[in-house]
Design a protein around this ligand. Structure first.
Ligand code: ZN
Length: 298
């Protein structure tokens, strides 16, 4: 029987079974119907929905899914609603960072890192230890204690994500209310993600905040311009010269060897965003003369 390859020999690949994967179902226009606040799905399934908010328009599809905590959700897709805000005559440049989630060309709109993840880190470490102690043998189902620790960990993760979203949305709202156009660093988290806990938390905060800003800008009909991050810490916002060498990351001050400008590094980067996006002539303070058109500089 040496040729037999079935059974659970060592080295056999293990697949994530359907039972282990989180369930998710999609229904398009003809697959669901809403009636008296209840959701009717194809196949005669009727669900009572606890609405988190009213639907702003007729939904075109719905996704029904279960999260890691075992809660079921129905997520509806509705056409985006535009609610234009009055013009302000102001533009803003946004640079993302670790200590300050957002440094902007407007001091009133800088966003310090909220450290939601930092506060949760000690608890997360505790749940990790609880899980490690109760870790099931390979192929065995997890014990009750293991599953409980896992659930607590997932719950905390979710709480932190929700806090980040909330902070990001509030900030984005004030940015959108006070500015007609945003020049936003097109930050890609992968550059920082593989380092410390603090960096990971900063990455997650930036991701959530950037998403909120783009969403809020679109909703209120603002002009959003994403700027490629290359060289934004090296260029001078005032004279457009590029530093001859890369600035050490620890240096918080930008000094231009060409025109002599000295300013906080992140503030310079935020101004560079505006220049790159064509929203201001080099050296302006972020305000446009009244009536000046919002157009790309040549
Ligand atoms: Zn300069």
């Amino acid at each position: 029987m040496s040729g037999c390859r079935c059974g659970s020999g060592a080295g056999m690949p293990r697949w994530k079974t359907k039972r282990e994967a989180l369930p998710s179902l999609n229904y398009t226009r003809h697959g669901f119907r809403l009636k008296d606040g209840r959701l009717h799905l194809a196949g005669g399934i009727v669900l009572t929905v606890a609405w988190s908010r009213d639907l702003p328009a007729e939904p075109s599809s719905v996704r029904v899914y279960r999260d890691s905590l075992g809660h079921w959700y129905a997520s509806f897709v509705v056409p985006a609603q535009c609610e234009p805000l009055p013009g302000t005559g102001r533009v803003i440049g946004v640079d993302w960072g670790v200590k300050e989630t957002a440094t902007t060309t407007s001091d009133a709109h800088d966003l310090p890192h909220a450290e939601h993840g930092k506060r949760a880190a000690a608890k997360l470490a505790r749940y990790d230890r609880m899980m490690a102690r109760r870790k099931p043998e390979k192929g065995q189902p997890g014990s009750k204690g293991y599953r409980e620790a896992k659930k607590l960990r997932a719950k905390l993760h979710k709480k932190v994500a929700r806090q980040r979203e909330d902070t990001g949305r509030k900030w984005a709202k004030s940015v959108a209310r006070d500015h007609d156009a945003f020049a936003v660093e097109d930050f890609r988290p992968k550059f920082l993600a593989k380092t410390t806990m603090a960096r990971k938390a900063a990455d997650a905060a930036i991701g959530a905040t950037k998403r909120a800003l783009i969403e809020m800008g679109r909703k209120h009909g603002r002009d959003i311009r994403l700027v490629h991050p290359a060289y934004t810490t090296m260029d001078c916002a005032r004279c457009d010269a590029r530093a001859k060498h890369v600035l050490p990351l620890g240096g918080r001050t930008y000094t231009c060897t060409a025109c002599g400008t000295v300013c906080p590094r992140d503030k310079n980067s935020a101004h560079v965003m505006l220049v790159r996006a064509g929203l201001t002539p080099a050296g302006a303070d972020g305000a446009r003369p009244p009536g000046a058109p919002l157009q790309e500089a040549a």
